[in-house]
Design a protein. Sequence first.
Length: 396
Amino acid sequence: MVMVVPQRILVAPSGFKESMSAAEVAAAIAAGVRRVLPGAHIDAVPVPDGGEGTAEALAIATGGTLVPVTVTGPVGDPVTAAWARLGGAATGTAVIEMASAAGLRLVPADRRDPTRTTTRGIGELIRAALDAGARRILIGCGDSGTSDGGAGALTALGARILDADGRDLPDGGGALAAADRLDLSGLHPALADTEIVVACNPDNVLCGPRGVARVFAAQKGATAAQIDELSDAFDVWAGLLERDGRPDFDVRYGPGSGASGGLGAGLAAGLGAQLQPRFAALLDSGLAGFDLDRLMAGADLAITAEGAIDRQTRMSKVPAEIARRAQRTGTPVLALAGSLRDGAETVRDIGIDTIVALPPAPMPMEYAVANAEPLLRDAAERALRLIVLGAAIAAR
């Protein structure tokens, strides 16, 4: 096989949680590539995945604006969030990223108790968009710091969640164990004329052994006992949504029902929201401002990236989506990773040809996060130099 030096390179990464946005990651990778191949054509496209930066990316792509709103944060303190008012052909559409109001970065490390955190701020953002006239709302799920089944969001929009004595439940997923009745009669009236689309990971489900509490709650600070508590509470919540909500899908195990700590189930059953695979909703809708499949078809090499690559990367994460689309065009894929964790090698099974970790040597995680940008540039440079070396050897 004759290796050639790539001349057209697609850089399509996700953001690094609590460190760099997807746009910053893409720019750093491109800078590293140019150190080796200054004349290469580089298409740098930060891939929106519903997490941090999604609203801003789609606002920029459509000529829209970000609208700041003070809302209730995940631990109950006020935070400044924003929703995007899209422009151009998407005028009338609002984009809300749950991370803006309830993301993990908004939960202090010493207050990470997913039995108590709330999505109330998401409902407040939806309300603000409705009051501003939006009648199509796209909600991006990702980078969440909550596990309340969307109960907080519904409450902020006028729903009531009551216990057996008719008292309103406090915020938090743990309180759902005492839920006895869901009253949707007071929902914001504009919701009846509004289309809500939730861009989510279809692999995440609400209940069962692969339910969101058992898979993700530990990442949000839950102890083993709290994981059991949340799992049991979600069983109760699912029964309530099935009885008093308006689900047209399987609340417990339907694709995306567990998205963002169960926000998907709450919005679908409480508001009639459509749960769609996030990359179909965000990339194939045209809102992102680029045609990823066209760019992939014209690339000699695709470079993607994620903060950590592990077994879960295969579950509809950005590198997996890039690999899936690259397989259709035969484009080789290089993945850069802030860290490699258990099961990282399994991503080769989905079409990622090789992985390069950012740290060139063992270093404290705090240092790596604080210096992610130069480490990313250097890792991209190292990887491209190896590719150029391989091409030179093959040409002999």
